[in-house]
Unconditional design. Sequence first.
Length: 225
Amino acid sequence: MGVLALSTIRKDYGETRAVDDVTLDFPEGELTALLGPSGCGKTTLLRMIAGLEAPSRGTIALRGRDITQLPAHRRKFGMVFQNFALFPHLSVRENVAYALTIGGTARAEAAARADRLLDLVQLSGYGDRRTGQLSGGQRQRVAIARALAQEPEVFLLDEPMSALDAKLREEMQVELRLLQQRLGITTIVVTHDQREAMTMADRIVVMSAGRVEQAGSPQDIYRWP
Ligand code: ADP
Ligand code: ADP
């Protein structure tokens, strides 16, 4: 039994069935890639796991506890969005500390924790900068640090490399994978890029038209001749 279990999860938008009875188990400490073409339901599935969309039917369980009705802010799953969605009027440190400050952590402690997270993503010394002054890769690191601030049990990333150029993308794939392994955090990455999934994932879930087509290790899914 994994950390997170989805049981016949479905999402309808009017006539469109975006996610069609998906049952999946996410093993502790592993990185799972949700892979498939645009429109196959990856983002919708991720947003339901995050609590940002309610399933039309089915259940989501965290360590055996039903969280289907639990709102996003109480799940506290760290999420990195496609465009990073940083707060432009806040400093790097304030971006990372944001959820902690809102959650009632004392200002000094939140700032200290933010600085430790910035060390972790190799941005020591960048705390006072504005996010607009950062490169794409640096902005992504801030988004990762922010998502990890509340020590989430599950780390969710929606096409995290799509805003980066090809060279940086490969670097960040390796960097993100190393960080994920170091923290041992259960992680789900949405991607439409087969190579990216193979580079990063312990397990690949291939989706098509709202359904799971295949799930297994990269070796299981892509057997080389
Ligand atoms: P991606 O394919 O990378 O998920 P999309 O452009 O499909 O990006 O979706 C971006 C956002 O727009 C998502 O939050 C999604 O829920 C929303 N969205 C996608 N399709 C529709 C639609 N037909 N009507 C309304 N919102 C949509
Ligand atoms: P992917 O992330 O794989 O690109 P999405 O989950 O964004 O796929 O979308 C799956 C399907 O659901 C698409 O047909 C999309 O247009 C539709 N969809 C997604 N979000 C919405 C929404 N908010 N309203 C209506 N249709 C949506």
